[in-house]
Design a binder for this molecule. Structure first.
Ligand code: GLU
Length: 374
């Protein structure tokens, strides 16, 4: 029911791609372009993501076709409650555990937790992750995906013998993932020379003041449009991908780097903060040119790793400190990074191929041990 009393019908999906290694796990996206094929692809990526970092989950994803920026808080709440009621029979802490994704946040997760708990008649915090702290959310979950992207960038510089302080970065996307990665990378002393969101893009050869941009966006409806600062020039949003920086971090939506524009990318290192930013054809072109790509299923796995910590804490009624969360996140993610990098290095595969080999080996092994039912 809309605020004006009218009734509107929205379409929503929940897809469970695999439950071989554990309950389905993955976010819920609110975006006008959500469609069943996208949700299926995102669910499959979650299966491989959880397998490559070796956390005990399968893969799932959900989405509602809507533009959340055009809905009031109460409309979003009613939409979320109704959607949760519809998928309640197939979600649960042992079955399928949703989380935030593009267009959703801790508030939405809180409504999911409440709706599910009211239907069950008791509090079930482990049904969803990325919740507000007051409802059993984990410290560090909000920053976790961006932190993971930063850890992968730093790990890559260490493998290559580079000093991150000498490296320049272009970051596409200033939502939860892009903005967090941007400030954590800048805090390491690297230069973030270009940042874009869906409204505008800015460049500064000496490095943008990311914290200033965060402050601006927070008071500007969370978008960068209209940002002004000494030394920062507005550039064409589309040109962000072609900036002459050492690192490119696509942290917006899928399908950004395609066979039509892959040739124009100058960055040598690409760390995928978004899910599926590079098409298959573009991946071939970039590999042939000797670019090193840290694939999405590894680079953006920080979010689901801390979701796992949140779920573990919920099941045991524990609460870990931020240091504990960040320390365990780095342990799990960097171990996976090392495994992928070592296999790629040894067999001369791309890091994406190596990541899929490791993920598929785990999935196949588990499936074989479980065997055929009945
Ligand atoms: N939506 C995030 C992703 O694509 C997080 C999923 C989760 O925490 O379950 O990885």
């Amino acid at each position: 029911r809309m605020d004006d009393g009218s009734v509107k019908v929205f379409k929503g999906y929940r897809v469970q791609h695999s439950t071989v290694r554990g309950p389905a796990k993955g976010g819920i996206r609110y975006h006008q372009n959500v469609n069943i094929d996208e949700v299926k692809a995102l669910a499959a990526w979650m299966t491989f993501k959880c397998a490559v970092v070796n956390i005990p989950y399968g893969g799932g994803k959900g989405g509602i076709v809507c533009d959340p920026s055009k809905l009031s808080d109460s409309e979003l709440r009613r939409l979320t409650r109704r959607f949760t009621a519809m998928i309640a029979p197939i979600i649960g802490p042992d079955q399928d555990i949703p989380a935030p994704d593009v267009g959703t946040n801790a508030n939405v997760m809180g409504w999911i937790m409440d709706t599910y708990s009211m239907l069950k008649g008791h509090c079930v915090p482990g049904v969803v992750t990325g919740k507000p702290l007051e409802l059993g959310g984990a410290l560090g979950r909000h920053e976790a995906t961006g932190r993971g992207v930063m850890l992968c960038c730093r790990a890559l510089t260490e493998k290559l013998g580079l000093d991150i302080k000498d490296c320049t970065f272009a970051i596409q996307g200033f939502g939860n993932v892009g903005s967090t990665a941007a400030y954590l990378i800048a805090d390491l002393g690297a230069k973030v020379v270009a940042i874009s969101d869906h409204t505008a893009a800015y460049y500064c050869a000496d490095g943008l003041d990311v914290h200033d941009m965060l402050k601006y966006a927070a008071g500007n409806g969370r978008v960068l449009q209209g940002y002004k600062a000494d030394g920062a020039t507005e550039i064409n949003k589309e040109d962000l991908l072609y900036i002459d920086a050492n690192f490119l971090v696509p942290a917006a939506l899928e399908g950004q780097i395609t066979e039509d524009n892959a040739d124009m990318i100058k960055a040598k290192y690409i760390v995928e903060g978004a899910n599926g930013p590079t098409s298959y054809e573009a991946d071939q072109i970039l590999n042939a040119k000797g670019k090193i790509i840290v694939p999405d299923i590894l680079a953006n796995a920080g979010g689901v790793i801390v979701s796992y910590f949140e779920w573990v804490q919920n099941l045991q009624s524990l609460s870990w400190s931020l240091d504990e969360v960040n320390g365990k996140l780095a342990d799990i993610l960097l171990k996976a990074f090392d495994e992928v990098y070592a296999l790629a290095d040894e067999r001369k595969y791309s890091m994406r191929t190596a990541a899929y080999i490791i993920a598929l080996r785990r999935l196949v092994k588990t499936k074989k041990i479980r065997g055929i039912f009945p």
